[in-house]
Design a protein around this ligand. Structure first.
Ligand SMILES: C[C@@H](O)[C@H](N)C(=O)O
Ligand SMILES: C[C@@H](O)[C@H](N)C(=O)O
Lengths: 164, 164
C-alpha cells in the first residue's frame, strides 16, 4: 500500500468516559446522547463495540478533560446506572493523518508497531477515512508522538483539542 | 449546533471480525495487524475500547464480507488464541456524513434517536471528523437508511464498500 500519511498529532487534553453496562438493546445510545447534548458537552470520539456475554456493552466518549465529570454524570443518569461509569481523566490522543487511506491495514500496522516498540499501551482505537486515532495514558503521549514521527518520517505536531 | 450533515449512506458488504481476548499490553495490536497485512486483507474500521476486569480487551475490524474468514484466521493465529474469535458476516454499516462536525453530540443524538425509534439495534459506533458510523445487523440496514434519510431530511445512498 502506498502510504499516504501526511502528519502525526498529539492531543493531550482528552479524557475518556465509559458507561460500563449499557443494555445492548435499541434506544439506549439515543437516551445517553440526549442527556449528553442537554448537558452541553462537546464529544470528540464515540466508540462502542461488541456486547459481552451478559448482554451489556461499553459505550465510551472522549471529551475535553474539563468536561469529563459533567459528561459522566449526564450519561450515567440517562441509563439509571450511576454505579458503572469509568472516568479516565488523563488520556492522550495520538493520530496518524493521511488523505485517501483506502484501507487502514498498512498505516495501522506501522503505527501499532511503532507504539509497541516504544512500550506504549493502546487503550482505544478508532479509525476514519483520513485518520487512525489511538488513546494512550497521558504520560507516554509525547514519547508516542516522537515514535510515530520517526516511524512515518514526519515532523510532529501538538494538536489543539477538537475535531478528528 | 448547526447540523452540517450532507448525506446518509448504507454499505451492505460489511462483516465484523472480533478477537475477544486480546491481552491489553503493548505489542498485541501490532502483532495482529502485521498478520492481517500479510494476509492481504483490506480493513475498513478498527475499533478497540476499554479492557474488561480480566485485563483482556476486544479488538474488532470491519472487512468486506468475502475477506471475513481469512481475516479471522490471520488475526487469531497472531495472538495464539484461535478459540476466541467472533465472525459476524452479515452486518450493515450506516453512516451520517457532514463536513465540519466540530463535535459529534448533535449529529449522534439525532442519528441514534432515529434508529431507536425504528427499533434498530446499534452493534458498533465509530466516529470521525466527517462521519458518524454505526454497524447494525444486515436485515434492518435499508430500514435504517430510510429512517436516517427522514431524520436528516436527506436523499439516501447505497455506498460502494470501501473507505470511511
Ligand atoms: C448500546 C446501544 O448502542 C444500543 N445497542 C442501542 O442501540 O442503542
Ligand atoms: C489490545 C492492544 O491494543 C494492546 N493494548 C496494545 O497496545 O497493543
Amino acid at each position: 500500500e502506498d502510504l499516504v500519511v501526511s502528519g502525526v498529532e498529539l492531543d493531550e487534553e482528552q479524557a475518556r468516559v465509559t458507561l460500563l453496562n449499557v443494555p445492548d438493546r435499541p434506544g439506549y445510545a439515543g437516551k445517553v446522547f440526549r442527556a449528553i447534548a442537554q448537558a452541553g458537552v462537546n464529544v470528540d470520539m464515540i466508540v462502542q463495540n461488541v456486547r459481552s456475554a451478559s448482554g451489556d456493552t461499553r459505550l465510551s466518549i472522549t471529551v475535553p478533560r474539563a468536561d469529563a465529570l459533567r459528561a459522566a454524570e449526564a450519561a450515567s443518569a440517562a441509563v439509571d446506572d450511576p454505579g458503572h461509569v469509568l472516568v479516565e481523566p488523563n488520556m492522550a490522543k495520538l493520530s496518524v493523518v493521511g488523505i485517501g487511506m483506502r484501507t487502514h491495514t498498512g498505516v495501522a500496522t506501522r503505527m501499532f508497531g511503532a507504539l509497541a516498540e516504544a512500550g506504549i499501551n493502546i487503550a482505544l482505537i478508532n479509525t476514519s477515512e483520513v485518520r487512525v486515532n489511538v488513546l494512550t495514558d497521558l504520560g507516554p503521549g509525547k514519547a508516542g508522538l516522537a515514535a510515530l514521527g520517526r516511524a512515518f518520517d514526519l515532523p510532529t505536531r501538538l494538536a489543539a483539542s477538537g475535531s478528528g
